[in-house]
Ligand binder design. Structure first.
Ligand code: AHR
Length: 501
């Protein structure tokens, strides 16, 4: 049994938790867009304008705040004009990054904006810098957001959308140190400055421009980039860090078959996210001392071998309780860094990598990762409060990792204060007994709504057994300054409880 104390100062407000930390990513990759999200109007699968109704409903339940599109690596070979106008006239291209399949561009700008409207989320577009042109990028922003009589606005109206859309988040390129053009940081920074200059703001549309930041612990990229782009309308720089069980791209391992050692290695690898974030924030402190630029973790999550028999370029993987622990740990971490992290987008929403949703024909399965995002919804737009806990240690003889993670936030509803506590226990064998202590005269004041997610670490939901891993809810009455709870091994726990002075 792990025994520890969680001390919470609910009066010490630290930072606003941007809802965008709970963002998603949808790329033209494998079966994410086609089959997963878009099936076309003539499909037998229930849809609105070709977009799957079941997927939209599931994403709405998560309160998805923002959706990134069209990539990923795909973004730097995407030419947006191929994806507008009558479907029969749209260009068919080879998706050379992902499986070499033919992309028919039937899902384009209008379909994506419709998807965001159906979900009720902000769009986050990635502009093609790698193989596109400045004029193409400038035209896209004008097409989307300009009102009036310009050719781009008229073209949008001709294609069925007279009113301009609002676009806030605009990424300039993707992984331009790799699939987005193999650029050096100083070359990218110059290109970024050029591209961002011509991505104009029309009417009252304001762009939040995001430069391509580093991969994992490439602090040099962050330094060279920030030296050049700070002050150039840059609001964010991106960070991509994936969790591979052993950190080895050559031997990623199976999503469902792993031993204890590989499990704890995965947890160790995912916990490197903290070190990586702190490393980049230290560089940002130096080159952006006024903190005008935020960190945008716009690709994160687990990356395993594809499921046997699948196209290796489709990145389709199952999702177990191991993924739930990974998700819970990272979301707690992003909450704790919410003073500097303005957005995070897990890769990806449907059928790709650490997905929320898996689909097969008309069936839909919610993954353990979906459950964690559902449990953590109450942190969105809340205020992070100060909390401390010794995390205990767990693991095997060879791999030893902190067992517990936590984050706590407060929000007011109808004049009452509600404290949300989320915890994860990565230990496979030890339950954790946690004495929660409220400091500075605060007390628990009534209803505590508790949700738990637990299961054997390999357990996952399938099309045959979609409800194997599901959260369990209960209500308790909490009072006084302390409350001791037990969090089982391999579990995620959430409580939203009324508190008062
Ligand atoms: O999410 C899958 C891929 O991972 C993205 O296309 C790319 O940006 C990253 O390497």
């Amino acid at each position: 049994m792990i025994q520890t104390k969680l001390k919470i100062n609910a009066n010490k407000e630290c930072s606003h938790i941007a809802p965008e930390i709970y963002g998603q990513f949808s790329e033209h990759l494998g079966r994410c867009i086609y089959e997963g999200i878009y099936v076309g109007e003539d499909s037998d699968i229930p849809n609105k304008n070709g977009i799957r109704t079941d997927v939209v409903e599931a994403l709405k339940e998560l309160k998805v705040p923002v959706l990134r599109w069209p990539g990923g690596c795909f973004a730097d070979e995407y030419h947006w004009k191929d994806g507008i106008g009558p479907e029969e006239n749209r260009r068919h291209m080879v998706n050379s990054n992902w499986g070499g399949v033919v992309e028919d561009n039937s899902f384009g700008t209008h379909e994506f904006m419709d998807l965001c409207e159906q979900i009720g989320c902000e769009p986050y577009l990635a502009v093609n810098m790698g193989s596109g042109t400045v004029a193409e990028a400038a035209d896209w922003v004008e097409y989307l957001t300009a009102d009036g009589e310009s050719d781009m606005a008229k073209l949008r109206a001709k294609n069925g959308h007279k009113e301009p859309w609002k676009i806030k988040y605009l990424g300039i390129g993707n992984e331009n140190w790799g699939c987005g053009g193999n650029m050096s940081a100083d070359y990218y920074a110059n290109e970024y400055k050029k591209y961002q200059t011509f991505c104009r703001e029309y009417g009252d549309n304001h762009l939040y421009k995001i430069a391509c930041g580093p991969s994992a612990d490439d602090y040099e990229w962050t330094k060279e980039l920030l030296k050049r782009v700070n002050g150039c309308h840059t609001r964010g720089i991106s960070l991509h860090y994936y969790t591979l069980p052993t950190g080895d791209w050559g031997h990623k391992g199976s999503a469902t078959e792993f031993d204890e050692k590989e499990y704890y290695q995965t947890i160790q690898q995912t916990m490197r996210m903290d070190e990586v974030i702190k490393g980049h924030l230290a560089v940002m402190d130096k080159y952006d001392p006024d903190h005008k630029i935020s960190l945008i973790v716009d690709e994160w999550g687990t990356w395993y071998d594809v499921e046997p028999g699948m196209n290796p370029g489709f990145l389709y993987q199952q999702n177990t309780m191991r993924d739930a622990i990974v998700a819970a740990y990272n979301l707690n971490l992003f909450n704790k860094h919410s003073d500097r992290i303005a957005m995070a987008n897990i890769a990806q929403a449907v059928n790709v990598l650490q997905a929320m949703i898996l689909t097969q024909a008309d069936q839909l399965v919610k993954t353990p990762t979906y459950e964690v995002f559902w449990m953590y919804r109450d942190h969105q737009n809340a205020t992070l409060v100060e909390s401390h806990m010794l995390p205990g240690m767990t693991g095997t003889e060879e791999v030893w990792v902190p067992a517990l993670s936590e984050s706590c936030s407060i929000q007011e509803k109808n004049g009452e204060k509600i404290l949300t506590i989320t915890l994860s226990n990565a230990s496979l064998k030890d339950p954790a007994q946690i004495a929660i202590e409220l400091e500075e005269g605060m007390q628990f004041a009534g209803e505590a709504s508790i949700t738990e997610l637990t299961g054997e670490v390999h357990a996952h939901n399938t099309f045959e057994q979609p409800d194997c891993i599901m959260h369990q809810d209960k209500i308790e009455q909490w009072s006084g300054k302390t409350k001791t709870i037990e969090v089982g091994p391999c579990s995620v726990y959430k409580v939203s409880v009324h508190v008062k002075a």
